[in-house]
Ligand binder design. Structure first.
Ligand code: FCB
Length: 440
């Protein structure tokens, strides 16, 4: 196989290439060393919620096999690793006493990464809320924002001597939509527009956490938003209006308050007194960078169902095993569009997730093409003047893909979920070649 020769030429000096994972998707060991239950434990153990009845009980068993996984990353040659910290492992009930063995786990992981010259980029919340907090209202409750900032501070107290860069939340829009609006993810509530307070409380938790982390010496704090460029399904006025509405709920609801200190007007009225005086000042505490997860654009039409918009397929492009359309140019358009919308308020950007699921085994030429195409689009965005500092592939290895269980495989490394054996795919070798070439 021809390696990824030339893949990384033309990117600025210091441009970071990394891989991403998340705690519940890889760690397993859900009841070990004092970890408390999370909403994802409860959800995955509820019959009918996850394909094949899969759970994250064992996942990739990363909690025990992490030295092997760090070695895989070191051999791959990545600059950085984005992982998430499981709140219920560190603070089993989401408030009060800390669980020292849980913190020790991340402490060892960080040391091992740094020893191998891999930068650590932890995400503090990737959807695995302690169940005890969910029982008190979860993100529908304002107090969860305060608990989150306290937890962030505790983690930084322990790791902050070595970790200076943090991501507060992963994809608050997806957590709100899947977890609380439609119910396809934990905690499985289907409140439709009643889920909106979850947006505000996550954003508030983010802002409070930015402050807690900075007080502890953090030099780079960001949030990771899932962003999609949105196109109307036709020129029809109703479709154009529906696409604008969708863009507001998916993108602007989470970018505007952080970058501009204000919600789009109609969303502010929908939120009503969920917003208290001073909240927007907290939420817009300056971030040092913006994390963006990009998978695909959205094509939206008007609808007269329960929701005023609906998704339409994007025709004429390949689709991943998941059925997601492959549109690399969408990444360039998204980034150029963000710069147009936010101008000088847009901080440097890191692509904190991009990748695809495939079912073509170890010879994953589909993934090689996917990643190559997206890196090309990213280079174009940089050439167009967008300040992008890094690109993290989802994912280092196959893992528990939420409601899809182990069915969707996103890894550069194949995982046999019977034996837990890890086998690098062609895409891993391809990226390895490109990273070696860049260093030489
Ligand atoms: C993102 C999630 C990540 C993973 C990818 C495929 O929305 O952040 O955990 O599941 O999708």
């Amino acid at each position: 196989m021809v390696g990824g020769v030339g893949l990384l030429t033309g990117f600025p000096d210091g441009f970071e290439v990394g891989v991403s994972t998340a705690a519940y998707q890889i760690e397993g060991a859900i009841a070990e060393d004092g970890r408390g239950p999370s909403v994802w434990d409860t959800f995955s153990h509820t019959p009918g919620r996850i394909k094949n009845g899969d759970t994250g009980d064992v996942a990739c068993d990363h909690y025990h096999r992490w030295p092997e996984d760090v070695a895989l990353m070191a051999d791959l040659g990545v600059d950085a690793y984005r992982f998430s910290i499981a709140w219920p492992r560190v603070q089993p009930t989401g408030s009060g006493a800390l669980n020292r063995p849980g913190l020790d786990f991340y402490d060892r992981l960080v040391d091992a990464l740094l020893e191998r010259g891999i930068a650590a980029l932890p995400t503090l919340f990737h959807w695995d809320l302690p169940q005890a907090l969910e029982d008190q209202g979860g993100w529908l409750s304002r107090s969860t924002a305060e608990r989150f900032a306290e937890y962030a501070g505790h983690v930084a107290d322990r790791l902050g001597d070595r970790v200076h860069r943090w991501i507060t939340l992963n994809e608050p829009v997806v957590h709100m939509a899947d977890g609380y609006a439609f119910g396809g993810g934990a905690p499985g509530q289907a409140l439709m527009f009643g889920a909106l307070p979850v947006a505000h409380h996550q954003l508030l938790g983010h802002g409070l956490a930015v402050r807690a982390l900075r007080e502890r010496g953090a030099t780079q704090v960001m949030i990771t938003n899932n962003c999609s460029p949105v196109q109307p399904a036709s020129d029809d006025e109703a479709d154009v209006a529906a696409a604008t509405l969708y863009d507001n709920f998916h993108n602007r609801l989470f970018n505007d308050p952080i970058l501009l200190g204000a919600y789009p007007e109609f969303l502010e009225s929908l939120l009503g007194d969920v917003i208290r005086d001073g909240d927007l000042a907290i939420i817009s505490t300056p971030v040092d960078a913006l994390g963006i997860n990009y998978y695909n654009p959205m094509r939206i039409a008007a609808s007269d169902s329960d929701l005023p918009f609906e998704q339409r397929p994007i025709e004429g492009v390949p689709t991943t095993a998941f059925g997601w359309p492959v549109v690399p140019d969408g990444l360039r358009d998204l980034l150029v569009g963000l710069r147009e919308t936010y101008g000088s308020a847009l901080p440097p950007i890191y692509i904190t997730e991009n990748g695809c699921s495939t079912d073509d085994g170890i010879g994953d030429s589909f993934r090689v093409d996917y990643l190559g195409g997206h890196l090309g689009a990213l280079r174009q965005a940089i050439e167009a003047g967008v300040d992008v500092r890094g690109y993290y592939i989802w994912s280092l290895m196959d893992n528990f893909e939420w409601a899809e269980g182990y069915h969707q495989r996103f890894g550069l490394v194949h995982v046999d979920f019977e034996t837990l054996e890890r086998t690098p795919r062609d895409s891993y070798r391809w990226l390895q070649t490109a990273l070696q070439e860049r260093k030489s």
